[in-house]
Design a protein. Structure first.
Ligand SMILES: Cc1ncc(COP(=O)(O)O)c(C=O)c1O
Length: 359
């Protein structure tokens, strides 16, 4: 039996995608091979790669002057690649600190550049997002970096920062493809795949063309966006199987009505879960209402002693990986695109029953 898996990532993959991958596992469309066994330079895999990129471009309406790179190394590698490609030792770069992942990006960037933390919600324990009129941006910053969705704190921007001509860089690891966005507002968007795109091991970077080719020649070749762009993301062996599954996920998203369709489903899912939390005195979520994430919903029980009982009961009911991040405690339900609405129904029902019997 498949469970409803609320993991923050790697997270659920749509069941239709898994079934198709199973169907094609040993013989991809008459090739006599699994996708895993194909040369990345062969015509079969090239067609898989090209189609995945085309579908992603369609889904996100990515303008022609943006390159899409399929990379390795996770979002954590992008924490280094972005400053290495867009800045140098003397540059100042602006970062917005809204939680654990922003902090990681900041500490990596500090190894390479002068970092100005232009705004931070640390004093509120990352339960809100500082309004833009409180941001202290640098006039000639090489870029502004922010984290549209903080996976651990469950804080999400529902607006896009206005930073003028300075390139805006977004770590969209945990909310990419969850709703339509205007790519042209960004210089770089990057995301580890293991939440809304597909299996871990793949990282997608969407980069405005004019920002590529600026890296100092002293940086490692593998870190240079230009090298990857010129080789169509095949400078070295890419994560081929993850790329293929991502392609299947993109088709699944198109079938669901694209990102507008997905956004509507995600809105309904999140509203239902937050309503269950807010309508009870037993459950609580600390995040300012307008900044609540539609993807990651942390919540606490009135009595933390009951956490392990809750988790055990939830597991019994087929609701798994609800334990909150160790830095926050309590519970966290990650409800990415592939979490069916039935999973939210089941969780909300379980929560009500648990409150009735233990509250
Ligand atoms: C917002 C965000 N950024 C970065 C990362 C790190 O990603 P990776 O493990 O792919 O390096 C994560 C992982 O959960 C994340 O949620």
């Amino acid at each position: 039996m498949r469970v409803f898996n609320f993991s923050a990532g790697p997270a659920m993959i749509p069941e239709e995608v898994l079934l198709q991958a199973r169907e094609e596992m040993t013989d991809w469309r008459g090739s006599g091979m699994s996708v895993m066994e194909m040369s990345h330079r062969g015509k079969e895999f090239m067609s898989i790669a090209e189609e995945a990129e085309k579908d992603l471009r369609d889904l996100m309406s990515i303008p022609d002057n943006y390159k899409v790179l399929f990379l390795q190394g996770g979002a954590s590698t992008q924490f280094a690649m972005v400053p290495l490609n867009l800045a140098n030792k003397n540059s100042t770069i602006d970062y917005i600190n809204t939680g654990s992942w922003s902090k990681k990006a900041i500490s990596e960037a500090k190894r390479w550049c002068k970092v100005n933390v232009a705004a931070s919600s640390e004093s509120s324990n990352f339960t809100t997002i500082p309004a833009m009129d409180q941001w202290n941006l640098t006039k000639d910053a090489a870029f502004v970096h922010y984290t549209p969705n903080e996976t651990i704190g469950g804080v999400e921007f529902n607006w896009v920062p206005e930073v003028g001509d300075v390139p805006l860089v977004a770590d969209m690891s945990s909310n990419i493809l969850s709703r339509p966005i205007d790519v042209s507002q960004y210089g770089i968007i990057y995301a580890g795949a293991q939440k809304n795109i597909g299996p871990s091991g793949l990282t997608v970077a969407i980069i405005r063309e004019d920002l590529i080719g600026k890296a100092d020649s002293s940086i490692p070749v593998i870190m240079d966006y230009k090298i990857h762009m010129e080789a169509d993301s095949m400078y070295n062996t890419p994560p081929t199987y993850a790329w293929y599954i991502a392609g299947l996920v993109f088709k699944w998203l198109k079938d669901k009505g694209g990102l507008a369709g997905m956004a509507e489903i995600n809105r309904r899912k999140a509203e239902k879960l937050y309503a269950a939390i807010d309508d009870s005195d037993f459950y609580a979520n600390p995040v300012d209402v307008p900044c609540r994430s539609r993807m990651n919903v942390p919540f606490t029980l009135a009595d933390a002693e009951l956490d392990s009982v809750f988790l055990a009961g939830a597991k019994e009911a087929g609701l798994v990986t609800l334990k909150g991040h160790r830095s926050v405690g309590g519970m966290r339900a990650s409800i990415y695109n592939a979490m069916p609405e039935a999973g939210i129904e089941a969780l909300v029902q379980f929560m009500a029953e648990f409150e009735r019997t233990h509250g």
